[in-house]
Design a protein around this ligand. Structure first.
Ligand code: AHR
Length: 528
């Protein structure tokens, strides 16, 4: 044999050895998914959104006005509507947040020129034209195919004001308020699926004690009703009481104890809960861009606290409501980072990176695992505020990594939760130990099995070997969301950095096989 031939054989063998050593070092996770064990419905309302009158969330983000050069429908931006339709947003919470307890709905109806300019004292004291009011909100959710979740002003309003608002929106009979709505362009009664009774009443909503709040809750839930004849029986409007935004359970204990003893005259269907990912505590200080794997790990660790938080609150709810009649409604969640330098700090503007998409997947998976009790959630917030789906700047619009994550999760809406048995393993980086992977599975109405796998580890790929039973899966196809770095973002100039791409997966002899990239979210459809 010539020397060159020998060299070739030797170098190839070394290469093969190195390659197999690397493969052996690659992490593997085994999962077991029995599709015949489909259980609680993953309520589509878990994928709800929150659009508060805050910063450029509504004004500029949604509302540009009918005279704008930005293409719009009756003042609502078309690009934003088209993008949101893709997400099948089940419900939108509006007008707040802290803003809700200072909102007086009458200022936002009727001819735009006659609406008063007010101050948004909750968020920066900026002038609010009130151009985006009740009818514009209803038009917006109609355009995106969603449902209304309105928050009544308990802090600075009255039960009468809230009752009249509901009558304006929902009365079908020819009352004066229904006629006023018709004169404002909408003769048909609106559907209001959800009514929040106050917001964070223990803080910005009036700093109430729980006993004081309960006295208000009883009055509002008694007198603020829905008059739409189409909203009776199982279609009735769900009333949502203020719940905690802190890990302690005494607020929940008091409200649920009162609920257990309630009579016909008052009640509620859901208890709200607010929990943000704020890894360094308040005020939020994590940068939303230009960070490394250490900050990434801290954020994921902080987000995973949601599981413990829900478990503790649920234990109290189970005590007073073992039949799970009252839903837990996580109507504010998401990552709250430091404001982007150069922006108005009261506008809560932040970039949105791959890290945010990954932590959104972890939260959604937690909600789905608690689907028996957690039946609704609203990410904060929809556009230009906090962990947004969409960022806009005048005529420009960019879809964030969190937008794409929500899009990948659309098949899980109303699908039946299927338990996944797996040992996630762990990885440690910068002193933070985290599960290596997370997983979710669900069966949709057509019998398809959907499997989601998040690889939290920013450096190591993971080989997934999932034993699939209860369905004769014949093919697998899927998408992965990942990017070069944990802080990769989409910008107006480069909107395609963090977008889903096809991932290769195979199914053979009842096993789903794929390799998930580091720091990635993967959604696979298994066809029967
Ligand atoms: O989402 C921003 C604010 O956070 C909301 O207005 C308030 O309810 C919460 O404290």
């Amino acid at each position: 044999m010539k020397l060159s031939g020998l060299c070739f054989i030797l170098s190839t063998s070394v290469l093969l050895l190195l390659l197999s050593a690397q493969l052996a070092a690659q992490q593997s996770v085994h999962l077991a998914i029995d599709a015949s064990r489909a259980g609680a419905k993953i309520d589509r309302n878990l994928f709800g959104q929150f659009a508060e009158n805050l910063g450029h969330g509504l004004y500029e983000g949604i509302w540009v006005g009918p005279d704008s050069s930005i293409p719009n429908t009756r003042g609502i931006r078309n690009d934003v509507v088209d993008a949101l339709r893709e997400l099948k947003v089940p419900n939108v919470r509006w007008p707040g947040g802290c803003f809700a307890d200072q909102y007086h709905w009458r200022k936002g109806i009727g001819p735009a020129a006659q609406r008063p300019a007010t101050l948004n004292s909750a968020w920066g004291g900026v002038v609010d034209s009130n151009a985006f009011g009740t009818d514009e909100f209803m038009d917006f959710i109609h355009l995106i195919g969603s449902e209304a979740y309105v928050s009544a002003n308990v802090g600075s309003g009255t039960p009468q004001e809230a009752a009249e608002w509901l009558e304006y929106m929902t009365a079908a009979a020819p009352t004066s308020l229904a006629k006023e709505r018709a004169a404002n362009g909408h003769p048909e009664a609106y559907k209001v699926g959800f009514l929040g009774i106050g917001n964070e009443s223990w803080s910005c909503g009036g700093d109430m004690t729980v006993d004081y709040y309960l006295s208000q809750l009883k009055i509002y839930s008694r007198f603020v009703g829905n008059d739409n004849p189409a909203q009776t029986g199982s279609n009735h409007m769900l009333k949502i009481a203020v719940g905690p935004g802190f890990p302690e359970t005494d607020w929940t204990e008091a409200v649920m104890k009162a609920w257990q003893q309630h009579d016909w005259s008052w009640g509620f269907d859901g208890l709200s809960l607010h929990w943000y990912t704020v890894p360094n505590g308040w005020p939020p200080s994590t940068p939303s861009t230009g960070f490394g794997v250490a900050d990434y790990g801290k954020s994921l660790k902080s987000t995973l606290f949601m599981e413990e938080f829900l478990r503790n609150q649920e234990a109290v709810m189970d005590k007073y409501d073992p039949q799970k009649k009252v839903a837990l409604v996580v109507d504010e969640w998401g990552a709250w980072h430091a404001p982007l330098p150069g922006t108005n700090k009261d506008f809560l503007v932040q970039q949105n990176s791959l890290r945010d998409a990954i932590l959104a997947s972890l939260n959604l998976n937690i909600f789905a695992r608690h689907a028996g009790r957690v039946r609704m959630a609203n990410i904060a917030q929809m556009i230009n505020v906090l962990q947004a789906m969409i960022l806009t700047d005048k005529e420009k619009m960019v879809l964030t990594p969190t937008y794409y994550l929500f899009k990948m999760y659309v098949p899980f809406q109303d699908a039946a939760f299927v338990p996944v048995v797996f040992d996630a393993g762990t990885y440690t980086q910068g002193g933070v130990t985290l599960p290596r992977v997370d997983a979710l599975a669900a069966r949709d109405a057509s019998g398809r099995l959907w499997v989601e796998i998040t690889n939290l580890d920013p450096e190591q790929p993971v080989n997934i070997d999932a034993a699939i039973t209860g369905i004769n899966a014949r093919s697998a196809r899927g998408e992965a969301l990942t990017a070069p770095a944990v802080d990769s973002v989409n910008t107006f100039a480069a909107p395609g950095v963090v977008v889903p791409k096809p991932v290769s997966a195979s199914v053979k002899d009842g096993r789903l096989l794929l390799t998930v990239a580091p720091k990635s979210v993967n959604v696979i459809a298994l066809e029967p």
